[in-house]
Design a binder for this molecule. Structure first.
Ligand code: M6R
Length: 624
């Protein structure tokens, strides 16, 4: 949440900062601002709302200052108004600070600083930082680096900050504690950003700051220190991915492009994790997950922690692991787990799922699991696995091993292709576990592997045959205020995911229920104005799911069915059918989620909403 950028070099900073902020807008878009140093003074420009409002206020031709910082905000403390936009300054407007995170002790600091004569102009937690740095100078700090260092010792919470000062016009100071911050190294110019896409068009040489580290960027180079002031030697690395991946490539929205990239995500995962030449006669494992043996040894329990869409992928994962590998698997919201973790049980694998790798709750849950299992009997030692789309992210530095979801950069706030990558991770993990433990027959394994291989072309069939139809259907949701999604078994999480997608981008109230639960209360909500979208795929709960859908129809609900293409009875049961190719029930979530994504996308687009940047949301949730 919130994106920060910084630049020091020889080029005009403002355009570099704004172009960096464009790439970070997915992290928040309540307001934006930039500060530069012009002829010994700070020039700070801020605007409420999306970045284009800031862009309209900047006169790029007149300010050629070669140093500056910028920010795009997701409001935590204080309304999304211009006076709360970053950068924030000290009373004399000599220092400017941008921050991503939350300063938890800002109230005490603010009261203390007010007593010392500092004048506050915003409702934010961040504003204490420039005043605090200013106070550190008043108390004797003799360089910007020292003043910032003294200030960060007084801050508690998770934060990444960038600081410039009109009195130190040739340096940019950074500090990182539990929020991402990466430095970009050019020739005679240096960058910083919350995420690499903001700087990749200028340099591919990067240096991520670690927790508890600070950096001083000048035109001569980068110095990294710990908060305690010890110098740190770090070797930069080169990133290889292509910036074209973050363009829309002819699609109207990133979300549409990302929905269409899902066959490729599945193909990439198949190539990465499956020996495509494997046959049941082979004595070798078909899987190439490359996890350490310590993950598997005497494994008795699995627990999964995640948030939002990642949690839904984990729910499918629990189903797969229990069904295929027969390992009891618990799943919990990471935000609940971190404050009420279950009692410790031995030989447990903990899986944190997060596409961004930086969701604060998921990160905290995994860290808690790591620390509470230290110094215990070896069978209680932690085994930590991250399923993530960002192999350079914070969670990867906490866990023992990672499964990369290989989805490529996802920009749309609504997760689609990363969910697909997460599902793939769980297919391969659960099958790998089942194969090792002998809980699956070679014939069944071969059957599922064959099914996995045809999934990309089956997704393509849905995209080719259903999209226009779903676009037309979306018009019937013009006046919809509430919708219900139903699924059973392995498709219950897909009902939840369908409801989440609809809520977050079309602002229609939607709930997902296990079909069998409807009659225990939620059925009272149904009438002709509440459409019901039911997933009824052939398999062990088919008949039950059909009966539950009919119960909804009997209450006058307009009934949509996500059904198998071969289901000839479907048109009699449902008012509208959304057919997907016939598929093994175990693999069906990969297909049933596609109509859900297309529906929510087209309903939101038809309503003229901002599909990629829905209100109140951000792509990376780095605060609690
Ligand atoms: O980066 P993460 O996977 O940890 O993010 C978790 C949720 O914030 C995320 O899935 C959110 O629910 C999405 N907006 C869903 O589309």
């Amino acid at each position: 949440m919130c994106g920060i950028v910084g630049y020091i070099g020889t080029q005009p900073a403002q355009s570099i900062l704004v172009s960096g902020l464009e790439k970070l807008e997915y992290r928040g878009y309540d307001s934006a601002g930039v500060a530069t140093i012009v002829e010994g003074n700070l020039d700070c420009i801020r605007a409420k709302g999306k970045l284009h409002n800031l862009r309209d206020k900047i006169e790029f031709a007149t300010n050629r200052a070669p140093i500056g910082i910028g920010h795009t905000r997701w409001a935590t403390h204080g309304k999304p108004e211009e006076y709360n936009a970053h950068p924030h300054t000290d009373t004399q407007r000599r220092l400017a600070v941008v921050q991503n995170g939350i300063i938890e002790n800002y109230r005490e600091l603010r009261e203390e600083l007010k007593k010392q004569g500092h004048e506050f102009r915003s409702e934010t937690d961040t504003e204490v930082i420039p005043h605090l740095i200013c106070q550190c100078f008043a108390d004797g700090a003799d360089t910007l680096m020292v003043a910032v260092q003294q200030a960060v010792h007084k801050l508690s919470g998770a934060f990444a900050i960038a600081v410039i000062s009109a009195d130190y016009p040739d340096e940019l100071v950074l500090a990182r504690q539990q929020a991402p911050l990466v430095i970009g190294i050019g020739e005679g110019e240096y960058f910083c950003a919350s995420d690499t896409p903001a700087i990749v068009q200028y340099t591919r040489t990067i240096l991520p700051l670690e927790n508890g580290e600070m950096a001083r960027l000048t035109r001569d180079g980068v110095e990294v220190y710990t908060f305690a002031g010890e110098k740190v030697n770090r070797t930069p690395r080169t990133i290889t991915w292509n910036p074209i991946a973050v363009e829309k490539q002819g699609f109207r929205h990133f979300m549409a492009k990302e929905i269409y990239e899902q066959p490729a995500v599945v193909r990439t995962c198949l190539e990465a994790y499956l020996d495509l030449d494997w046959t049941p006669a082979s004595s070798k494992s078909p899987f190439k997950l490359d996890l350490p043996e310590s993950i598997y040894k005497d494994l008795e329990n699995i627990q999964i922690v995640a948030c939002g869409t990642s949690l839904h992928a984990g729910m499918v994962g629990k189903y797969l692991i229990e069904e295929l590998a027969q390992i009891p698997t618990a799943i919990q919201y990471a935000s609940e787990f971190r404050y009420s973790p279950p009692p410790l049980v031995p030989n447990t694998l903990t899986i944190g799922i997060t596409q961004s790798g930086e969701t604060a709750d998921t990160l905290a849950a995994v860290e808690i699991e790591k620390s509470r299992r230290q110094n215990k009997d070896p069978k209680y030692h932690s085994r930590l696995l991250a399923v993530t789309n960002r192999t350079d992210s914070a969670i990867t530095r906490v866990v023992d091993c990672v499964i990369d979801t290989h989805a490529g950069m996802e920009i749309g706030v609504a997760a689609t292709k990363t969910f697909m990558g997460q599902l793939m991770a769980f297919y391969f993990l659960s099958l790998d576990l089942a194969h090792r433990r002998g809980t699956i027959t070679p014939a069944r394994l071969s059957e599922i592997i064959t099914g996995l291989k045809v999934l990309p072309s089956q997704i393509e069939v849905i995209l080719e045959t259903q999209e226009k139809y779903i676009e037309e259907l979306s018009h019937s949701f013009l006046d919809t205020h509430d919708a219900i999604f139903l699924g059973r078994g392995i498709n219950f999480p897909i009902a939840l995911e369908g409801a989440l997608k609809l809520k977050e981008i079309s602002y229609i109230h939607a709930e997902g229920y296990p079909s069998g639960e409807m009659k225990h209360g939620p059925i009272a909500l149904l009438d002709a104005k509440v459409p019901v979208i039911a997933i009824t795929m052939p398999g062990k709960v088919y008949e039950k799911a059909i009966s539950n859908a009919q119960e909804a129809k009997a209450r006058d609900s307009h009934l949509y069915g996500v059904v198998a293409a071969s289901d000839k009875d479907a048109t009699e049961i449902f008012d509208k059918v959304l057919p997907v190719p016939d598929v093994d029930e175990l693999l069906s979530p990969v297909l049933t989620v596609i109509p859900m994504q297309l529906m929510s996308y087209h309903i939101a687009a038809m309503r003229g909403l901002d599909v990629d940047q829905p209100r109140n949301l951000a792509k990376s949730v780095t605060v609690e």
